[in-house]
Design a protein. Structure first.
Length: 74
């Protein structure tokens, strides 16, 4: 069995300085939690889990065949 697990989290927050009011203001409005009234930045999480059920000899062949080939320009 061969398993692949990946997790990626992106958090986005941006502000700009408003000279008219002399203070920083959000360029991208944050998300407000309605229960706690706390402002949080936008956040996205992606999780991927792939499981291949193949024999040991097939795994060894795949590792041998693809070792060092990191060129993803197809």
């Amino acid at each position: 069995m061969l398993q692949l697990y990946a997790k990626c989290t992106l958090t986005l927050e941006s502000s700009y300085y408003n000279e008219k009011v002399a203070m920083w203001e959000p360029f991208i409005e944050p998300v407000e939690d309605r229960q706690t009234e706390i402002h949080k930045p936008w956040s996205v999480t992606v999780e991927v889990c792939i499981v291949w059920t193949i024999g040991k000899s097939e795994v060894a062949y795949l590792l041998y065949r693809y070792r060092g080939q990191a060129d993803c320009r197809h």
